[in-house]
Write a protein that binds this ligand. Sequence first.
Ligand code: SF4
Length: 163
Amino acid sequence: MGREPEAAGLWCPSAHPSEGVIFGVRVADANVTGIDYLDQLVEATDDILKLAEPLDPREIFRFGAPCAESKCAHFTGRECSLVKRIVNTVDPVVEELPVCRIRSRCRWFAEEAAEACRRCPGIITLQMSPDRVMETAAAPPTGAVDLPMPTVRTRPARLSPMS
Ligand code: SF4
């Protein structure tokens, strides 16, 4: 089992593997909700991350970690612009809130409450072929970061910290 959320500070629920613990795993049938939430937090060891190969772990797992705040292009200085765009552009995928081990420290829940959780199971942190809605949701505020030039027709959607 991984470490519990710290006593202070909000967590990002779409973090990088190197910084986080696993709290959700992509389900085989992504048409249902996308993510299954684990009963316990799981440490992101090399052996666990290798289970995602040949994919990037962010295509399979959801990682929670202390919010990077000013080191993340999605952070406005006061809040997470990513979850705001998700709530404003992505449709809910569930009505009932999933049982989630990081809710007490989750920045998305702290800022957008149930509306974040109703969309959260549909969020895959790294999507190589996102639809237009997800691509829009993943784009940080204009000018916040220089995104790499797309090498495929559709730009990958990175719903994770970008510094
Ligand atoms: S948005 Fe809700 S369901 Fe998603 S990680 Fe945060 S508390 Fe859990």
